[in-house]
Ligand binder design. Structure first.
Ligand code: PEP
Ligand code: MG
Length: 547
């Protein structure tokens, strides 16, 4: 067994034979020509042919991988038609009196080199696109056809790098995974692999010859490893993971697109919890109805200094746009306790879980809070955003918050900046105090979301970070379950809606109970959405209540 490592761009396991994909390289010769104008018209024909092929590829890709991934073939059409590129080829033909193939190859090399030396990673990635269109025009000049996979069974495609046109030409049924020696995480091959939901690893130093070709291999997109001729125990272990993954996928396929409605017609929203924009792919794959908790503090934790309004705005806007009108609940900064960022210079505390954290920091450092609120409000013009405030203990806090939100709205109005004027405001219920005054709080806000992780810690007086207390920790403690009922009832009495975004929300043994309590929403990690949907679809709430 040989193990190669690389950078995984899509998770999953693939087991199968390796197919080493080698390009049909065009050996371009430089030859002198008499009639340069005839050569230029050959080049024009080849260009038209290339554009025609790209149009067809675009259509094929739209059907197979969707419009946004197909856009690359539109971009390639523009590149083939690019004035600078055309001018360069024609110039070489005329001044050097050479064949079109040589002029195209020369131009392609020059342009690719220029892009690969650019500073920004995005432009460096475009060098591969230049090579791709150059190869296409060369094929059109020589009349060569397009490459594909010659194999009866599905294979692991191993290549030096793959151009988008090569991946889309391949028969998808025959591809288990992509492994490339080169390529970037932003390359279109990676994007296509993600859209096709197949494991892909880049930057793998695997030999592209008989040493690999045809051999049995495992691609582990979780670990970023390729096992060639795996040992029996590794093979058995990975097969087990593969089977579990396939079961999950089958569940996903059956339940995707279905409404979360019980047998007796009660509906519930199933949303996803996220920590950063990287989780958005999973949110969409798992068919979340929205984002119920965006833990915005991760933006602060991933930074060496306070993230600026612009940095935050760009992130919130991206999330809102990706969710395309579905609800995105952004929780304001919940730093402190177990989540520390040095630049906040928070005081050392005896009892950090009960210290200066979350909304307490925001209210004592209004400039930090206001920067975040401005960013969120500005982003609200690009989707359906709600704002949620953590660790609330009093009505007075909520009123202070609402006053600050109004101030920011006024500032935005004065500056003529658009935002959602009806933006929903909600609070997390994660302290026993908030539960006890839930009726008063519900009058102030549009929604409640229960943070059962903290609510359990503060109610049972059990530090959620302390593993040695696990024996005492009862997540189904009657105190918590009764509180959950009190919270949703208080919300509904005052026209607010209520959800759960703590880990308990994903506890399948309580899904029926949450429905019976009347919860409107559960927000859980993306992978838990479909299993909960399954339970919802199988539940009869009226019958459950009678038991
Ligand atoms: C909670 O306390 O349940 C919660 C969702 O917030 P966090 O886990 O981020 O504290
Ligand atoms: Mg919490």
């Amino acid at each position: 067994m040989i193990v190669y490592e690389g950078k995984a761009v899509f998770e999953g396991i693939a087991i199968g034979k390796i197919y080493v994909y080698t390009k049909v390289e065009q050996a371009v010769k430089r030859t002198k020509v008499e009639d340069t104008e005839a050569e230029i018209s050959r080049y024009a024909d080849a260009r038209n042919k290339a554009i025609e092929q790209l149009k067809q590829l675009y259509e094929k890709a739209v059907k197979e991988v969707g419009e946004s991934s197909a856009e690359i073939f539109e971009a390639h059409q523009l590149m083939v038609d690019d004035e600078d590129y055309i001018e360069s080829v024609e110039h070489i033909i005329r001044t050097e009196g050479v064949n079109a193939e040589y002029a195209v190859a020369q131009t392609g090399d020059n342009f690719a080199k220029m892009f690969s030396e650019m500073e920004e990673e995005y432009f460096r990635g475009r060098a591969a696109d230049i090579k791709d269109i150059t190869e296409r025009i060369l094929n059109a000049l020589s009349g060569a056809g397009a490459g594909g996979i010659e194999s009866e069974e599905p294979v692991i495609v191993v290549a030096d790098d793959l151009a988008p046109s090569e991946t889309v030409q391949m028969d998808k049924e025959k591809i288990l995974s992509f492994v490339t020696v080169h390529g970037s995480a932003n390359s279109h091959t990676s994007i296509l692999a993600k859209t096709m939901s197949i494991p892909a690893i880049i930057g793998v130093q695997i030999p592209l010859n008989e040493e690999s070709n045809g051999k049995l291999a495992i691609v582990d997109g979780f670990e970023g490893k390729v096992y060639v001729e795996p040992d029996a125990d590794i093979l058995a272990a990975k097969k087990k993971i593969l089977m579990q993954e396939e079961e999950k996928k089958a569940l996903l396929q059956r339940l995707k697109g279905k409404e979360n409605v019980t047998l007796d017609g009660q509906k519930i929203n199933l949303y996803a919890n996220i920590g950063n924009t990287k989780d958005l792919g999973l949110v969409l794959q798992n068919d979340a109805g929205g984002i119920g908790l965006f833990r915005s503090e991760f933006i602060y934790l991933g930074s060496d200094s306070y993230p600026t309004e612009e940095e935050q705005f760009a992130i919130y806007k991206q999330v809102a746009q990706t969710m395309a009108g579905k609800k995105v609940i952004i929780r304001t900064l919940d730093i402190g306790a177990d989540k520390q960022a040095d630049y906040f210079e928070l005081p050392k505390e005896e009892n950090p879980a009960m210290g200066l954290r979350a909304i307490r920091i925001c209210l004592t450092r209004p400039e930090v809070f206001k920067t975040q609120l401005r960013a969120i409000l500005r982003a609200s013009a690009f989707g359906k955003i709600s704002i949620m405030f953590p660790m609330i203990i009093s009505v007075d806090e909520v009123r202070q918050i609402k006053k600050i939100v109004e101030e920011i709205k006024q500032e935005l109005d004065d500056a003529g900046i658009t935002y959602d004027k009806e933006i929903e405001l909600g609070i997390m219920i994660e302290t026993p105090a908030a539960v006890m005054i839930a009726d008063d709080l519900a009058e102030e806000v549009d929604f409640f979301s229960v943070g059962t992780n903290d609510l359990t810690q503060y109610t049972l007086a059990i530090d959620r970070q302390n593993q040695s207390l696990d024996a005492f920790y009862d997540s189904h403690h009657p105190a918590i379950l009764r509180m959950l009922q009190m919270i949703v009832d208080a919300a509904h009495r005052h026209g607010a809606w209520a959800g759960i975004c703590g880990e308990l929300g994903a506890d399948l043994s309580l899904t029926k109970e949450f429905l019976a309590m009347g919860y409107d929403e559960l927000s859980v990690s993306p992978g838990s959405i479909l299993p909960i949907r399954k339970t919802v679809l199988e539940t009869n709430v009226a019958e459950y209540k009678q038991q």
